[in-house]
Design a protein. Structure first.
Ligand SMILES: [Zn+2]
Length: 227
């Protein structure tokens, strides 16, 4: 049976994806990649919002089967080498994915991923072929701009359950100066201009764009990579 997995950091995009997925299937599997070598307060902040979100949805009768995959930057990315994170964790996700599965990513409009999506398709297709897997990738926010995602999170009253800052202050407040904080401010500003008074224009419309990969499936042992 095809297994669906949502990649969930605790940020705006992935939390919206997870919420939408929960509306369709009351029980959802979510995976979080945690970089153990980044600012620990960011990891803690993301951990906190994910735990809060899990509690919230549990009260609503939803179940999240949550797996955390810990990664050490220095073990994976060569020193002094700057790499787009997706180039590492998209193939890694496919590597870890069950034999027959669909992975939901929160990449939105203008995310770096789209500059390379055709090449990602080739990589993932080859990877699936070599591993005898059937893994599909889904990008429900592909046509969403950041301000629209922030709008939906506001409309759904989920702001308390998302985290976006890279360098939280000591009191666990967002720094206001890092790239995600600035992007958030710009998106909030755009939201205000477009909607006036922050009034939502519409609720989320689920746009499913399927991409990638197929091949026959044989049994491979799960090596229990998860923590
Ligand atoms: Zn920040």
């Amino acid at each position: 049976m095809n297994k669906r997995i949502v990649i969930w950091s605790g940020g705006y995009d992935s939390t919206l994806c997870l919420w939408n997925e929960l509306q369709k299937n009351k029980q959802v599997e979510a995976w979080s990649f945690v970089w153990t070598s980044i600012d620990p307060s960011k990891n803690l902040a993301e951990h906190n919002v994910r735990e809060k979100f899990k509690k919230k949805v549990k009260k609503l009768g939803y179940i999240i089967n949550h797996k955390i995959i810990n990664l050490r930057h220095e073990d994976i990315i060569p020193e002094g080498y700057s790499v787009m994170q997706a180039s590492m964790f998209v193939p890694l996700t496919v590597f870890l994915a069950p034999l027959d599965s669909t992975i939901v990513f929160g990449f939105h409009w203008k995310d770096d991923y789209w500059a390379f999506s055709e090449r990602f398709n080739e990589v993932i297709k080859s990877q699936c072929s070599v591993m005898n897997k059937n893994v599909e990738l889904e990008f429900p926010l592909r046509n969403y701009k950041k301000w629209e995602i922030i709008r939906d999170i506001k409309v759904l009253k989920l702001e308390k359950y998302v985290w976006t800052c890279e360098f939280p202050l000591h009191n666990m407040k967002p720094c206001g100066n890092c790239e995600p904080c600035i992007n958030k401010k710009l998106a909030l500003y755009e939201n205000k201009i477009r909607n006036g008074n922050n009034k939502p224009m519409m609720k989320t419309v689920d746009i499913e764009v399927k991409e990638v990969s197929y091949c026959s499936v044989t049994k491979i042992e799960d090596e229990g990579t998860y923590v």
